[in-house]
Design a binder for this molecule. Structure first.
Ligand SMILES: [Fe+2]
Ligand SMILES: [Fe+2]
Length: 353
């Protein structure tokens, strides 16, 4: 769908493949890089674009599709989050064969030629969206997670989030902030208390200081022993929070004990098929360096079957998340051994180069 390079920290240069739809490709990129806030600029050429106009008087949307070759003279957009997913707001100006321009709010555009973009990510920034009745728009919402008291938010920001700076690369502050954002996004679909979910997400990996193996249990212990939490929560609430943190591990044999645990487990996970295959190859290379290429292929195949194929031990708990659809894609890939082998060969070459 695209190729990209990270030009500097959190700034990506992207080249989208010909004939792909721009909004879908950008959404996939944001998801795959776990970008929840940022900006987009770009240019390119397209053969079809659908614009949307909101009539402020009637609050009705009017969509119109233009099917002709056009140059994107500017594509500008921003990335925020809604419902636990990246939410794109894109505007475009496109020039026609006679050099006149049309422009507007962009829904979709099909590339015919090239599309080159720069995406700047703002990791850890809270930029949500809320439906606004007066304008009929989904407006930016920078307020605290709804339902979370300011003093609790400040406590978490001051005392808990900074602890993640000491953990390994996959469990740093950007990870915990993503999990908080996704968990609160998923809360839109369920009757849950957002303050409980927020704290469970904020603490879920804090036990990493005791090492990876038992970190989920350690997180639970820390939650029960954090006396400050009694300022905002009852003993029963704290037990719910502790259990949700304990139940977040993907390898847990049992279902999370509560809806909170299911949401945290789901928010903690980001299924991106190619990344999963790549991490499997990387793990094999670092733990079994003596294996020949064929041995790495067999290990990769066995691991993918064991964890991700139908009947594998990975369990998803929240059907509304994007993970369910991504897991289906991964399963189709696992079934298509030829395609999987081709991907393995490419990733193996990239990882051993
Ligand atoms: Fe974890
Ligand atoms: Fe985590």
């Amino acid at each position: 769908m695209y190729t990209f390079t990270e030009a500097k920290a959190n700034t990506f240069i992207l080249s989208l493949d010909n004939h792909v739809e721009i909004a879908a490709a950008l959404e996939a990129f944001c998801r795959e890089q776990d970008i929840l806030a940022g900006t987009i600029t770009g240019l390119g050429a397209i053969s079809e674009a659908t614009f949307r106009f909101l009539d402020p008087a009637t609050k009705q949307y009017v969509d119109q599709t233009f099917s002709e070759q056009m140059e994107i003279t500017n594509l500008t957009g921003n990335i925020s989050q809604k419902g636990g997913k990246p939410y794109l707001h894109l505007h475009i100006t496109a020039s026609r064969r006679d050099y006149t321009c049309i422009g507007g709010h962009l829904l979709t555009a099909r590339i015919n030629g090239a599309c080159e973009l720069v995406v700047e990510a703002f990791p850890g920034v809270w930029s949500g969206r809320r439906a606004d009745a007066e304008t009929g728009l989904n407006l930016y919402d920078f307020t605290l997670p709804q339902g979370v008291e300011k003093s609790l938010f400040q406590f978490v920001e001051r005392e808990i989030i900074p602890q993640y700076a000491a953990f390994d690369k996959a469990h740093r502050q950007d990870h915990v902030r993503s999990v908080i954002a996704r968990a609160l996004g998923l809360a839109e679909f369920y009757p849950v208390r957002r303050d409980i979910l927020y704290v469970a997400a904020a603490f879920h990996d804090v036990g990493m200081r005791a090492g990876r193996e038992t970190h989920h249990l350690e997180s639970g212990r820390i939650i029960r022993e954090t006396a400050e939490l009694r300022t905002w929560f009852s003993a029963e609430d704290i037990e719910t929070i502790a259990q949700a943190a304990e139940d977040h591990r993907a390898s847990a044999q049992q279902a999370p004990r509560s809806l909170y645990g299911r949401i945290i487990a789901e928010a903690d996970r980001l299924i991106v098929p190619e990344q999963i295959v790549r991490r499997t190859v990387q793990y094999g290379l670092s733990h079994y360096p003596e294996l020949p290429r064929e041995g790495h292929w067999e290990r990769t195949l066995a691991h993918l079957h064991e964890k991700y194929a139908e009947g594998g031990y990975l369990k998803l708990w929240i059907p509304e998340s994007d993970n369910a659809a991504a897991l289906e894609q991964l399963r189709a890939l696992i079934r298509d051994e030829q395609a999987l082998r081709a991907l393995f060969e490419r990733l193996y070459d990239e990882e051993t180069r």
